[in-house]
Design a protein around this ligand. Structure first.
Ligand code: GRG
Length: 294
């Protein structure tokens, strides 16, 4: 029976949040470190990356519980990246998801260590989950290193820092977001497909699908950012806002960015339609990403 998207999202979120918190609670480590890790893990967030792992299992008609450890692992890596990104040596942000950032509450040293802890334990979660075969676990770990490490998110963050205060080309911007954002979303999708025993042909199509979805996610993020600023100042966007940092709207204009978003979503959906299974849930998730308001 077809499940309503909102039910799938709510149920998945609940399972992931319970599993992440109880995993961290179970660790044999100082309470202060657990508190710092839990503070950011429990601060909310859309949980898009872990939901995608479960959505892939659902698409291939497999038990979603097989993916819980991998789902928690990717959300823990995402959370670590946000904690470190907010540090004074990086973006120096005071608020994240409407709450004081980790270092504002626990201090810089503990925030660095909470991030390190989340990153490292995410590998432990995957390695020690006896449900998938050892071969699958190894393949998933290798995908995770590719997505989150220096050839993925960490490399993207460095390229972003190097590009700060510079005017970037569309290709340079694309490189940053492919690495910083799309690769980790890609990990969620590919690992879910591996766990679901999807055909290899499908896995490669899903990898390309994830690229389009990831770039679309980032373009929507840029548009939301501009619209948020517009609301704040109560007037249409002037070139001053558009020129502050290179974004899709600053290169393409807002309308151009919306067209680019639509074309990535179209490519993503056409790849979904070429899979060996029906992918209604993933198509609905594409639409949600293209139209999201936060
Ligand atoms: C510090 C290694 C290192 C990497 C940081 C992810 C990242 C790289 C920085 C965060 C800043 C940022 C705007 C990244 C682009 C990706 C993105 C839009 C992240 C926010 O993800 P959401 O919207 O956040 O899924 P929630 O709060 O819903 O989990």
């Amino acid at each position: 029976m077809k499940m309503k998207l909102s039910d799938f999202l709510d149920q998945s979120k609940e399972k992931i949040e319970v599993a992440m918190s109880s995993y961290v609670e179970s660790l044999n480590t100082p309470d202060l470190l657990k508190d710092a890790m839990l503070y950011s893990l429990e601060a909310g967030g859309k949980r898009l990356r872990p939901i995608l792992v479960l959505a892939l299992l659902h698409t291939y008609n497999k038990q979603e519980d097989i993916g819980i450890s991998t789902a928690c692992a990717v959300e823990m890596i995402h959370t670590y990246s946000l904690i470190h990104d907010d540090l004074p040596c990086m973006d120096d942000d005071d608020l994240r998801r409407g709450k004081p950032t980790n270092h504002k509450v626990f201090g810089e040293a503990m925030a660095v260590l909470a991030g390190d802890g989340l990153l490292t334990q995410s590998f432990s979660l995957i390695v020690n989950d006896s449900k998938p075969s050892p071969e699958k676990r190894l393949r998933i770990i290798s995908e995770l290193v590719y997505a989150a490490g220096v050839e993925g998110m960490v490399g993207g963050q460095v390229a972003d820092m190097e590009g700060e205060a510079k005017s970037l080309s569309l290709e340079q911007l694309q490189y940053i977001h492919e690495h910083k954002t799309a690769k980790l979303l890609g990990f969620s999708i590919v690992s879910g497909a591996i766990l679901a025993d999807a055909p290899e042909d499908d896995i490669e199509k899903l990898r390309t699908f994830a690229y389009h979805l990831g770039i679309a996610f980032q373009i929507r993020d840029d548009i939301l950012d501009i619209e948020g600023q517009q609301e704040l100042i109560g007037k249409p966007i002037g070139s001053d806002i558009l020129n502050e940092k290179t974004t899709y709207p600053s290169i393409l204009t807002i309308d151009g960015a919306k067209e680019k978003l639509d074309s990535h979503i179209k490519e993503a959906k056409s790849l979904l339609n070429s899979l060996s299974v029906k992918s209604d849930l993933l198509i609905e998730i594409c639409d949600l990403i293209a139209t999201r308001n936060h």
